[in-house]
Write a protein that binds this ligand. Structure first.
Ligand code: F6R
Length: 613
């Protein structure tokens, strides 16, 4: 969850590290720190809170040098405070470490090291690592060897970066398990390290990803890769197609706002290159599924977390409807603990924006160990989920920086629609005429989303009316029931208002008790097969004095007589309507959070890549 940046080369390391950390601040923001080797000595600056505090500290107490590492923290062990912020140093101030993950055996290591005379200054698990490296350096050998031995002692999943004033020309980095990525950026006469390509996109787009159990030693001249036991590994550089401008906020006030408003374009990008509208074809041949392979699929699981899991619930409707494969959706965190029924005729699809969510990765490993074929829908290029899969569909949404997912959500809906079409075609269920019709619905999608975005100010007016409420209920049915869940999640995570999403038919089995004149109820009541049922739920809410904000299809004037407010959305094909319907709910959550003065891009306690269990 933490952000990691490193630099070695001819330039000043501090501004490169600070700029890189700024791009990663969405990953964790309890505290921030950096270490630079200045005149042969390690200089550390760190502070609690956001990166701005560290920047202020650097103005008062600057550090200069051409090699350094930096970190933004999402606290696990030890409260967010300056002494628990990374980097952590050894007793002599010669070894410095930043780390993502949890040292599971840190208590016993700490006791052992303390008994040997090492002095600890923080409550973190991380601090055991510099002391272990110090211990092994004292026993002889070089930094790389000492790091190797230290890594052999720590349990759990980790991304670790180590620097020492004893060997001031190099940084050693390692990845153990799935605690988050480590990317080496290749420059000309300079090298970069990061937990995420976004941090270094401005300097290089040629990167190498560390796999589980690999180490890198970077110097100004280049990078060398080995396994943990010291075997050399040849690694290929990957060219990242993202453009640094796409990771900038531009004229928008928040990244989330930018990402919501980008959706007409990001959906176009998601479709681009995958659909031949004239011929009426979807091209996902890269997945390597043959018609026989598709026929043989008996069931599918989609594994995901959070917003991605809600997207998966929509995907279930799409795949069951178009490819007639039974689909189960599972939270990554549950899947591996329930001994799922999987065999080689099972297709497991992992849905993850970051491609680094540890629960989803663990679910993928579980599926693989049981013989399933593994696909993933991923946004971040080259991320772990993509590298583990037999086939990948990239979301093509561009970098998503706001912690609350928006454009990746809509991209993943579109990707699942494409996958459903592809599988339906391979299984002989969709003929050419029907395929042409189904892809035509896709063609109009960016324009429909653009129309919803054009009414942005209406949502602010609604937000102004309700931003002080402390509870919201969201109702939907059928394929729009997951959109009710997603609308509620968006609101709660960025505005801290308690919000619940429910399948509307369930309201009478409990939540109806909550309804009174203080409860706004957002009801997705577009004209589809469950429209009448939704209208009757609205009546039930009104009969109990609730406030109804209805999402209705353009031209539906009848609903105005029943609801307190109506948000109109353009008509769409039923399977794609969630893509359009979620956008007003994103906007409503955004405007409410802004009016409440919340930090929209970095909501409290949350992080973009959740790399702890
Ligand atoms: C909420 C949100 C999270 C993520 C979840 C999974 O807006 O973004 O719920 O969806 O942490 O993340 P990924 O998709 O990266 O696996």
């Amino acid at each position: 969850m933490c952000g990691i940046v490193g630099y070695v080369g001819p330039r000043e390391a501090t501004p490169i590290i600070v700029e890189g950390l700024k791009r990663l601040e969405y990953r964790g923001y309890d505290s921030a720190g950096l270490a630079v080797i200045q005149d042969g000595r390690i200089e550390v600056r760190r502070d609690v809170g956001k990166l701005a505090n560290l920047e202020r500290m650097l103005v008062e107490s600057p550090v200069g040098g051409n090699i350094g590492i930096g970190h933004t923290r999402w606290a696990t062990h030890g409260a967010p405070c300056p002494r628990n912020a990374h980097p952590h140093v050894d007793c002599r101030g010669e070894v410095v470490v930043i780390h993502n993950g949890i040292v599971e055996n840190f208590l016993s290591l700490r006791q052992e090291l303390a008994a040997e005379g090492h002095r600890f200054t923080s409550e973190t698990d991380t601090e055991t690592i510099p002391h272990l490296v110090e211990k092994y350096l004292a026993e002889g050998g070089d930094l790389e060897g000492a790091v190797r031995r230290a890594l052999g002692r720590i349990k759990g999943a980790h991304a670790v970066v180590v620097m020492s004033s004893r060997e001031p020309d190099r940084i050693v980095a390692a990845r153990l398990g799935n605690a988050g990525g480590v990317v080496v950026g290749l420059g000309e006469g300079e090298m970069f390290l990061a937990s995420d390509v976004l941090a270094i996109l401005e300097y290089t787009r040629r990167v190498i990803f560390l796999e589980d159990g690999q180490m890198a030693v970077i110097t100004q001249e280049g990078a060398r890769f080995t396994t943990l036991d010291g075997q050399r590994v040849a690694k290929e550089a990957y060219a990242v197609p993202w453009d640094p401008i796409s990771a900038a906020k531009g004229a928008y006030k928040h990244f989330m706002q930018k990402e919501i408003y980008e959706q007409a374009r990001s959906i176009t990008d998601t479709i681009r290159g995958r659909v031949d509208f004239e011929a009426g074809q979807v091209c996902l041949d890269g997945l390597g599924i043959s018609p026989e392979g598709a026929q043989a699929i008996e069931r599918m699981f989609i594994v995901a977390c959070g917003t991605s899991a809600y997207s998966a619930l929509v995907g279930k409707f799409m795949i069951e409807s178009l490819a007639r494969i039974p689909v189960e959706v599972d939270y990554g965190s549950e899947f591996r603990y329930r001994d799922p029924l999987i065999n080689e005729r099972t297709l497991v699809l992992a849905l993850t924006q970051s491609g680094e969510t540890v629960d989803t990765l663990a679910a993928m490993e579980e599926a693989r160990s049981k013989g399933a074929r593994l696909l993933s829908i991923v946004n971040v290029i080259g991320s772990q989920a993509a590298r583990m899969s037999d086939g990948v569909i990239y979301m093509q949404a561009g970098p998503e920086i706001g912690v609350a997912s928006t454009k990746a959500f809509t991209a993943s809906l579109v990707d699942q629609y494409l996958l459903a079409l592809h599988l339906g075609k391979l299984r002989g269920l969709i003929d050419s005429a029907r395929m042409k019709e189904l892809v035509e619905h896709l063609a109009e999608l960016p324009n429909l989303v653009g129309r919803v975005l054009g009414n942005g100010n209406d949502y602010d007016a609604l937000a102004a009316k309700y931003f002080k409420r402390e509870n919201f209920l969201y109702l939907g049915r059928g394929i729009n029931y997951p959109i009710a869940l997603e609308g509620a999640l968006k609101l709660k995570e960025i505005s801290y208002i308690h919000a619940e999403g429910y399948p509307a038919g369930e309201m009478k089995h409990g939540p109806i008790a909550l309804i009174d004149e203080r409860m706004p109820v957002v009801a997705i009541a577009v004209r589809d097969s469950v429209y009448e049922k939704m209208v009757s739920q609205i009546e039930q809410v009104k009969a109990r004095g609730g406030i109804v904000i209805a999402l209705a299809t353009e031209g539906d004037e009848a609903i105005a007589g029943k609801a307190d407010h109506v948000i109109h959305v353009p008509p769409t094909s039923p399977l794609l309507s969630p893509v359009v319907n979620v956008v007003p709910l994103q906007l409503l959550a955004y405007f409410i959070a802004v009016r409440r003065g919340c930090d929209v891009d970095q909501p409290r306690n949350l992080a973009k890549s959740v790399t702890v269990e």
